[in-house]
Design a protein around this ligand. Structure first.
Ligand code: 5AD
Ligand code: SF4
Length: 462
């Protein structure tokens, strides 16, 4: 057992947040205690993202800061874990601040690596040069054990938990680093997933979010039976104590699409929310991205979703400035955003990722200024749509799952006197800010909406 302290900082997507929770749990089990202060910690771990260069630059600047702290505390151990660790591997150890490098497929080894580093041993790198090979049985079992062993106390948001449905990705969108850092697509056994959801429900978790890079492609075969995401949703719905079930992120594919939407329509616990990135509205760009659909088919999928689940809220992602994107390509993307009527969407400037097909074969030929102006233009188009959709909530009552204190103080924006300002989300993923007692965190609450803005609803607790 150890009495050293660990500070963990997490960048990136929900997968990474889940990995951070797993690592936190494993380190606590190994006897470490967690601290919020990087300055005082014996060990600082950074869970990193490689999806865009900007995400990596933030980590590099963070490492510079830690190097500075290490000048006065050379015994401090710094570990880089996650996607950037897998992408850069041994190169990261060349950074003066870095003692440990551990990729996403090796996180079950994290407590061992930290202990070794604290003992002054040098073999503190765990990444694989065979990331695209199916993991061997022992490693797969180690990941499974690590996944199911983590404790309820290590959640970020009270009453909520992420549960991995799938690891990795086999889609190879030409811009994307994920298949190279998270390895091949593997669906976890439904039994393991449902047992985990049961354990979480017993511990008071009300909402679970099933995670996968293409979670709607979930497919698990055993004997003659095959399970898809719709089966998982039905099984999860039967778990007593689980109240809301979400899943992210969906890939626009017709396979299983109707079944999943039907499960959403049939099962009251499954939240009517779909995050389904289009990335572009231009068929030429979609082809160059190796996305296997056209804008027309994508819009037909959204229409179907709305026909089967009338009050569904849909969110999207877009990349602007992909190589070869002309003004005309961009204009059809604007058209698609107008037609899609997203609740919100995330818009990114194309960032070439080393080793991906787009980086190897296509020149990053759209100037940064053009990427920026397209980003701003698309955001403005979406903001109008979000504003109109949000305005429909005015004077309505909504149920939210309360997350905790609102990080941005929107003081004076809600009524409620001296009570703190809380934030919650509706089943359709609308953010709601209202005043209420902090004891509501992790609980459901009813709020009457009194004011709306594009991305936030404001209201009063009923
Ligand atoms: N450049 C810009 N955005 C990217 N995304 C993924 N890879 C890149 C890249 N190389 C975006 C996509 C994806 C989201 C998670 O990040 O829109 O849906
Ligand atoms: Fe998540 Fe992808 Fe970033 Fe890895 S690279 S943390 S999988 S978004």
């Amino acid at each position: 057992m150890s009495d050293e302290t660990v500070h963990i900082k997490s960048y990136g997507c929900q997968m990474n947040k889940l990995d951070t929770a797993l690592v936190t749990s494993a380190l606590k089990k190994a006897g470490f205690s967690l601290t919020d202060s990087a300055k005082e910690a014996d060990v600082v771990l950074i869970n990193t993202c490689s999806v865009r260069d900007h995400a990596e630059q933030r980590v590099i600047s963070h490492l510079g800061h830690l190097q500075h702290i290490k000048k006065s505390r050379p015994e401090m151990i710094v570990g880089v874990i996650g996607c950037m660790a897998q992408r850069l591997g041994v190169k990261l150890l060349e950074h003066n601040a870095v003692d440990i490098v551990c990729g996403p497929a090796q996180i079950p080894q994290i407590a061992k690596l930290v202990t070794k580093a604290l003992q002054g041993k040098k073999e503190t790198i765990a990444v694989t040069d065979k990331i695209r090979q199916k993991t061997d049985e022992d490693q797969a079992q180690a990941l499974e054990d690590f996944e199911s062993a983590y404790g309820i106390e290590d959640r970020y948001i009270p009453g909520q938990a992420y549960v991995r449905a799938m690891r990795g990705c086999d889609n190879f969108c030409t811009y994307c680093i994920v298949p190279f850092v998270r390895g091949p697509e593997v669906s976890r056994p439904p039994k393991a997933i449902i047992e985990q959801i049961k354990k979480l429900a017993d511990a008071g978790v009300k909402q679970v979010t099933l995670l996968g890079q293409r979670v709607n492609a979930y497919k698990y075969k055993s004997g003659k039976k095959t399970w898809c995401l719709a089966d998982l949703l039905r099984m999860a719905s039967d778990v007593e104590g689980t109240e809301w079930i979400r899943f992210v992120t969906s890939y626009p594919s017709e396979e299983f699409f109707d079944e999943i939407l039907q499960a959403m329509a049939d099962l009251p616990k499954v939240c009517n929310y779909l995050h389904i990135p289009a990335q572009s509205g231009s068929d030429k760009i979609l082809r160059a991205m190796n996305r296997h659909y056209t804008a027309g088919r994508y819009l037909a999928m959204l229409a179907k979703a709305r026909a089967i689940v009338p009050d569904i809220a849909i969110a999207g992602d877009f990349i602007v400035g992909f190589p070869g994107e002309t003004q005309a390509d961009f204009e059809v993307t604007v058209d698609l955003v107008k037609k899609a009527q997203y609740k919100n969407c995330f818009i990114f400037k194309y960032s070439p990722r080393p080793g991906t097909n787009a980086d190897k074969r296509l020149q990053d030929d759209i100037p940064l200024e053009v990427k920026k102006s397209r980003n701003i233009k698309l955001l403005a188009v979406q903001e109008k749509i979000s504003e109109q959709l949000s305005a429909e909530f005015l004077d309505k009552e909504v149920t939210v799952l309360v997350e905790g204190l609102s990080k941005k103080p929107h003081l004076n924006d809600t009524e409620g006197g001296d009570k703190p300002q809380l934030i919650g989300r509706t089943a359709t993923d609308y953010i709601v800010v209202f005043n209420g007692p902090l004891s509501l965190a992790g609980q459901f609450a009813k709020v009457k909406i009194t004011k709306t803005s594009p991305l936030t609803l404001f209201g009063a607790l009923i």
